[in-house]
Design a protein around this ligand. Structure first.
Ligand SMILES: [Zn+2]
Length: 60
């Protein structure tokens, strides 16, 4: 998984919230997956602790 880093602070990843959005663990800014742009071969995923990332087809 490739972790998505917050564009606001540039240092921290996002963690899944119960309302379906993702919040930065550093600066607490929110992002909705609908606001993220992915290439066709990229798929959004979260790890076991809810951290937001993506994988490319054919990779882990
Ligand atoms: Zn941030």
């Amino acid at each position: 998984m490739i972790t998505i880093i917050c564009a606001e602070c540039g240092t921290h990843p996002f963690r899944a919230q119960t309302n379906g959005t993702f919040k930065c663990t550093g600066c607490s800014s929110y992002v909705a997956t609908a606001d993220l742009v992915f290439d066709e071969e990229e798929q959004i995923v979260t790890d076991s602790s809810g951290i937001l990332g993506y994988v490319r087809a054919g990779e882990g």
